[in-house]
Design a protein around this ligand. Structure first.
Ligand SMILES: [Zn+2]
Length: 986
């Protein structure tokens, strides 16, 4: 089928090279170097802006998902978070676009599938991705003006950074507190003990980087003038690196960059590279951290050992170091996994483990969490490293790593350009030449030849040179039951100190300032200066992905670059007894971690890495697109090069049929401990999702099932199970027996469905016969069960909000009510409504005024759940009130125009039309039963929604329906027993 050769035929290297003559000057830019990278089908062009010295990297590739980025080197002078607060405030208005928050405003005037700004250790960058050419030039303009000509108003500093303000502006006597978006964002980060461990480690080993995000205790030292001078020092074209990727013409961008850059003159920029601590002998640092309420008291320690291993600008050595890290730490057969995790020294690797090359130095770190004895840990780490000098590295493991790298080059991703940018920026803003990082095949070829010639010595040399007998940085964090309290006390002290310095006139100023800020936040603005796409830029007809269904196997033929993707699922709707539901996720995890009666899992894992791109198993629930009834599935997936698909089936068979739960019961303990060790961190990361799901579990069976599979109920089960692992009787009856029982319900050859994505008919025929063979090897039928997922009980509602108590510094909230199934016409109006509420109301009320890091409304199209949420919220009760009042706001106050409506639709279509990878095409039919025709109908309904539909949706589904609220975070004094329900964790 020739038409699928599109990709290959359009990579014409000679033609591309003619397009970019070295030495050629275009719009003030000179082409310095050109690098063809045929294995990835692109040409890289390195250009320099002659006047300012700014470097531009262009990746010319036949990909419509174009990317632009501007990056600055921003060495943080202290821990006040100045780089981070600047990143926020640049987006609050610029000379050409003097409106409040043009960045957020652009979110709904564009079809970009990605827009963001990020502060790294010592750099800040502003990337976006879009497939629309007009959009690309609009956003490029906004990004350039935002970074180079921002207004940086004092009010923006107060809003985004920090300020003192009355907790309630309507009450002149209310307490004065700290507010500010970044202030609360970083307080929220501290709630995560993993984040806390990672930042404190980073601050200790790399003091010169300070804490670029900002330490809440130091943020309130930052002055407005510091922000202005930090901008003028760093945000200059001479200190910038710009990047474009995709198929849009480079010249347009060069022209626009030159126009802007030439207004700024040239600057001599300090090339200062920040280096980590230098140490000639071992260094030990011990810090205090948060207690994890879901882990036993004696297992609260996190501890790690780190060695400095050269610097990332030596790209090849860094690659070898990464391979070594992979061999020692990745997967069940790796020595560190076996000696540290399987042996029970730690529950899981610590978050800083592995090779980190995102700064000016390479770190090699081994660490564990869930540990009680750091000296034992240290002893084992050293002996594993010593063993590497005598024990051979297995050749097939190295071959497997090479195979994985080769396969990942062929596996096409929709966000390839962005991923490439992320991999280049940290090194590029320091001293690494980005071209060195682009020659994938050269690096691999050199590695192969070194490996053939020197064998294990290439790794042993690294270990001798940097690690064994070399000074080591030991970092540990011990849980302190008073940690949260101490932070609160410190904040109260800092606050009262600040307040004590205020005289009466200061207090008046402070109050007026707060009121002015509020007034500005409430004001309606003229946004006509901002560019915008039009609603007509959205095509009425969406993409169709033709799939063919034969019996229980459907397939899609597309340009997969020689890879076949395999998906399978089995309906569990009438298959699982009620009491076994919560065990399904552990069961699915067991299949990909235990092993069979003949093989350990590490052997299966080796086969997986050597011959496939990976095999996964999962249990999930969704709602039926027409009836909203729950659909519970066990699914398993995998992919491989076309000629290697039989390995995926072979591995599936081993995992599903041959996994021996009783024989490998010790490994179940390791699995449960590792899950338990990340429970609290996952709530701190996405507490709003937990709150939303918990609220939804009162409303639908799907959400109630999801609560038991992935919600608080699941976390509790894991915590409970991890507490009985040392009791052989309980472990047998509550874990091993249940998982063995589940196997009889889950694995069978009936009710199976398959989906094949590949590139030729011939391959389809081959794989179809492999499917038949595979199916025959499964048990004929499963154990009978009379319980149906449709009868899964929802949580009983008591008309009170629920608090799920966690020892965080901030809260996460959710309030949910029921909408309609996917196929219902009102679904489109609800989707538009949730979007308009987010951008036209909640962003202002919850983020700008309330100080929460995020907040909005979401509509889950498939299960019909309309939800409000806030993220890292200092005023959860206020947010719940805002949510409750939002229906009335729409009916009585909102003055929404058709252009507001169009903006909401543009925002929705950013995701609807975001480019997807070939492997994802047609999967919504397979996973959710949503056909192309249903998607097309929904598309038209979305485009046709009118303002009055939005209003009537608000009336019908917010005002007219009962909602349920849930909050995650610490208990507040104002939460009384009579008006709140408290969900215990133990
Ligand atoms: Zn931020």
């Amino acid at each position: 089928m020739l038409r699928f050769k599109r990709f290959a035929s359009q990579y014409n290297q000679a033609k591309l090279l003619r397009k970019y003559p070295v030495g050629g000057v275009f719009h003030g830019y000179e082409i310095n170097r050109v690098l063809p990278v045929p294995e990835m089908k692109f040409v890289a062009v390195d250009l320099k802006h002659l006047q300012t010295g700014s470097q531009h990297l262009h990746i010319d590739r036949d990909d419509k998902n174009n990317v632009f980025s501007i990056a600055f080197k921003t060495n943080p002078p202290d821990s006040t978070g100045v780089a981070h607060i600047l990143e926020h405030t640049t987006l609050c208005g610029s000379q050409k676009y003097p409106v409040r928050d043009p960045f957020f405003k652009m979110l709904n005037r564009s079809l970009a599938n990605f827009m963001n700004a990020m502060t790294g250790h010592d750099y800040t960058f502003y990337p976006f991705a879009t497939a629309n050419k007009v959009d690309f030039s609009n956003l490029r303009d906004v990004y350039l003006d935002a970074t180079l000509n921002p207004l940086l108003n004092h009010q923006d500093f107060l809003q985004e950074g920090w300020r003192l303000e009355q907790s309630n502006l309507d009450d002149a006597n209310s307490d004065v507190i700290f507010k500010g978006v970044v202030y609360n964002e970083m307080k929220g980060q501290v709630s995560s003990s993993n984040y806390q461990f990672w930042t404190k480690f980073q601050e200790s080993i790399y003091p010169s980087l300070n804490n670029s995000g900002g330490d809440p205790q130091k943020i309130t030292d930052l002055q407005y003038s510091d922000l202005l001078s930090f901008h003028s020092k760093n945000y200059h074209p001479s200190n910038s690196k710009t990047f474009t990727y995709g198929n849009f013409p480079l010249e347009d961008t060069l022209h626009r960059l030159n126009e802007e850059f030439k207004l700024h003159g040239k600057r001599t920029i300090s090339k200062q590279v920040l280096n980590p601590l230098s140490f000639d002998s071992d260094v030990r640092v011990v810090q205090k951290g948060q207690v994890d309420p879901m882990l036993p008291t004696e297992k609260q320690m996190k501890t790690s050992m780190t060695w400095l291993c050269g610097d990332p600008s030596n790209v090849y050595d860094t690659f070898v170091l990464r391979v070594l890290g992979n061999l020692l730490m990745e997967g069940h057969s790796s020595p560190f996994y076996q000696e540290l995790i399987e042996s029970g020294i730690g529950y899981e690797f610590a978050v800083n483990s592995g090779v980190d090359s995102t700064t000016a130095a390479n770190f090699f770190t081994v660490g564990v969490q869930g540990c009680d004895d750091s000296s034992k840990f240290e002893h084992v780490v050293k002996s594993v490293l010593e063993d590497t000098l005598t024990k051979p590295f297995e050749g097939n493991k190295i071959e497997a790593i090479i195979q994985q790298l080769e396969l990942s080059k062929k596996n096409q991703k929709a966000d390839f350009g962005l991923q490439l940018l992320y991999s280049l920026v940290p090194g590029w803003t320091n001293t690494t030449d980005p071209f060195d990082n682009l020659v994938f095949d050269d690096i691999l070829a050199q590695f192969r030849s070194d490996w053939n010639e020197k064998g294990d010595d290439i790794f042993r040399d690294v270990i001798r040179k940097y690690i064994l007998e070399k000074p080591c940085f030991y970092f540990s964090m011990e849980a302190d039951p008073n940690f949260s309290k101490a932070l609160e006390v410190e904040e109260a002290k800092r606050l009262s100190q600040k307040i004590s310095q205020l005289d009466e006139s200061d207090k008046t100023t402070l109050r007026n300032r707060g009121l002015q800020l509020q007034e500005k936040q409430n004001a309606t603005e003229d946004l006509s200066c901002l560019p915008s796409l039009m609603i007509d830029d959205i095509p009425r007809k969406g993409d169709f992905y033709r799939t063919v269904l034969k019996a229980n196997v459907s397939h899609r033929i597309t340009d997969t670059n020689g890879i076949t993707y395999l998906r399978a699922k089995r309906s569990l709707n009438n298959a699982i007894p009620r009491d076994l539901y919560p065990y399904l996720p552990i069961f699915a995890d067991c299949l990909t971690s235990l092993g069979t009666s003949k093989e350990n899992f590490s052997q299966i894992e080796d086969e997986m890495k050597l011959h496939t791109g990976g095999v996964t198993t999962n249990v999930s629930v969704c709602s039926d697109a027409i009836t909203s009834e729950p659909r519970l599935f066990f699914s398993f997936e995998g992919y491989a090069l076309n000629h290697k698909t039989e390995h995926v089936f072979d591995i599936w068979r081993k995992l599903l049929v041959e996994t021996d739960i009783s024989k490998h019961s010790e490994k179940i303990k390791i699995l449960i401990r590792s899950l338990a060790s990340s429970n609290t961190a996952s709530v701190a990361e996405s507490g709003h999702s937990f709150a939303r799901n918990y609220a939804g579990a009162h409303l639908t069976a799907s959400r109630a099932i999801n609560e038991s599979l992935n919600g608080i109920e699941q976390l509790q089960l894991i915590t409970h199970l991890s507490s009985i692992l040392d009791n052989p009787t309980l472990f047998q009856s509550e874990v091993v027996d249940k998982l063995n029982e589940l196997k009889n319900y889950v694995i069978a050859q009936d009710k199976l469905e398959f989906f094949i994505t590949t590139d030729t008919d011939k391959q389809v025929t081959k794989v179809e016969s492999q499917v038949r063979n595979f199916t025959q090897n499964l048990p004929e039928g499963s154990k009978a069960c009379s319980f149906s997922a449709e009868h899964y009980p929802t949580i009983i509602s008591e008309d009170k909000p629920t608090l799920i108590e966690f020892p965080f510094q901030v809260h996460y909230t959710a309030q949910s009510s029921m909408g309609v199934p996917y196929s219902h016409v009102d679904g489109a109006s609800l989707q538009v409504l949730s979007n308009m509420l987010t951008f036209k109301y909640l962003h202002r009320e919850v983020r700008e005024k309330g100080g929460a890091y995020g907040g909005g409304a979401t509509y889950s199209a498939l299960d019909g759940l309309l939800s409000f949420y806030s993220y890292r919220d200092p005023h959860p009760l206020n947010s719940l009130d805002v949510f409750s009042g939002s229906g009335k706001y729409v009916m009585d106050k909102a003055e929404w125009s058709t252009s507001d409506l169009d903006e909401a639709k543009l925002t929705i279509f950013q995701q609807v039309d975001a480019p997807i990878s070939p492997s994802s095409e047609g999967t919504s039919q397979f996973h959710f039963g949503i056909s192309d025709e249903m998607r097309q109908k929904r598309r038209e309904q979305l485009l046709d929604v009118r303002l009055k539909d939005v209003r009537s949706a608000a009336e019908k589904y917010i005002i007219g329906r009962k909602s349920v609220s849930a909050v995650v975070g610490p208990r507040l004094d104002s939460m009384s027993d009579s008006s709140w329900k408290f969900r215990e964790l133990q």
